[in-house]
Design a protein around this ligand. Structure first.
Ligand SMILES: C[S@@+](CC[C@H](N)C(=O)[O-])C[C@H]1O[C@@H](n2cnc3c(N)ncnc32)[C@H](O)[C@@H]1O
Length: 361
């Protein structure tokens, strides 16, 4: 049987996931520090369902439940490399009509007590409302997915892997027009009509605008905006020079440009993904969709890196990691779920001859 530590240390690029059956807190404690690139997981939600082997989620109070999860997130912080990312998907629960706000209570405690840095709260829009009997509250259609890092800068982040492809600028009747229809004609008019530009600023604005249009014609830029002093435009990032570099540029130079990234714009923090259809499943009902983990993996785990899911269930994280050429470790208390996970991932090869490493009490 391959040892988990050997798997993590090996330079072998084979991507077959390594599954470990046991309590995630105990298994994590056996791992060395700084050994995984990315953690993606969805722990059991509070008081939602009973899994085959029990575990976290059925505590008598939500405070106890959060304490248990916080013990796990502390270990995750230890095993995660300084350049690593932790993506946590957790849903909310009601008790006596009170929405407990559990995801945010967890996130805030992680920030305050464990010094995690929260980079985004992604809203997973499930595009369909949950079945609810309630006549005095709204149906729920989203869950949060928190992105945490250990250090403020220098964490692995491949922004270009997820950008939306930009539309190209085009030439119409000999004039260049940007992807969103900007031809420069209106900006020339605004420069001309501005009552606040000096003669020198006006000339410089015309010249720079011509240069930008030329760069767009050559295909170096696909789109831009120009903000001109005294032209009645909305100013980005506040308008006091003390608060914003752009406001300062506007004050001193009389105008500034905003350039769209030629590689495309960044995706937003609202992701529309239809949940897994778990109707008719006998063994496991709470798998998350593959698309929910694809983006975190390409964005925050380098190729050949290691992804960890400490509540692996049916191995969605591991399956997607393998398909994207990343190694992965999946931990779960229930052997039956991990067998499903291993079946699912078998096309990427099996470790341990199909035997799961087991960490006993
Ligand atoms: C929401 S499910 C994860 C589903 C998974 N994302 C998937 O796509 O299949 C949570 C899992 O946590 C497991 N679990 C609960 N307590 C655990 C513990 N203390 N240690 C390890 N696994 C645990 C459950 O058995 C369950 O499979």
């Amino acid at each position: 049987m391959i040892r988990l530590a050997d798997y993590l240390n090996s330079h072998n690029t084979a991507v077959a996931p390594c599954f470990v059956c046991g309590d995630s807190l105990k298994v994590l404690k056996t791992l060395p520090a700084d050994c995984v690139d990315c953690v993606i997981t969805s722990p059991p939600y509070y008081m939602k369902r009973e899994y085959l082997a029990g575990g976290i989620g059925l505590e008598s109070t939500y405070l106890e439940y959060i304490d248990h999860l916080l013990a796990v997130t502390a270990e995750i912080q230890r095993v995660l490399k300084p350049s690593g990312s932790f993506w946590l998907n957790v849903g909310d629960s009601y008790k006596k009509k009170q929405l407990l706000n559990i995801p945010h209570r967890i996130a805030i405690r992680m920030q305050d007590e464990q010094q995690w840095i929260l980079r985004n709260t992604v809203i997973w829009d499930k595009m369909k409302v949950s079945m609810t009997q309630s006549k005095d509250s709204l149906g729920n259609e989203y869950e949060p997915l928190f992105h945490f890092v250990k250090q403020r800068t220098g964490y692995y982040y491949d922004a270009d892997s997820v950008r939306k492809k930009p539309r190209e600028a085009r030439v119409e009747h000999g004039a260049v027009v940007s992807a969103t229809g900007v031809s420069g004609v209106r900006y020339k008019r605004k420069i001309e009509l501005s009552t606040e530009l000096t003669k020198q600023q006006r000339e410089s604005a015309y010249k720079d605008l011509e240069n930008v249009l030329e760069r767009m014609k050559k295909g170096e830029l696909s789109d831009f905006r120009m903000v001109i002093k005294g032209a009645n435009q909305r100013v980005t990032n506040g308008d006091t020079a003390r608060l914003s570099g752009r406001a300062k540029e506007l004050q001193e130079k009389g105008y500034y440009f905003l350039f769209y990234n030629p590689k495309g714009s960044m995706i937003s923090d609202v992701w529309q993904i239809i949940p897994e259809d778990t109707q008719g499943r006998k063994l496991h009902f709470a798998s998350y969709p593959e698309d929910l983990v694809k983006t975190p993996i390409v964005l925050t785990c380098p190729e050949g890196g290691v992804v960890l899911d400490p509540f692996a269930g049916t191995g969605t994280t591991n399956f997607v990691a393998a398909s994207l050429h990343r190694k992965s470790v999946g931990i779960d208390l229930a052997l039956d779920y991990l067998e499903l996970a291993q079946d699912r991932c078998s096309m990427y090869g099996l470790l341990n001859d199909g035997v799961l490493e087991r960490i006993e009490e």
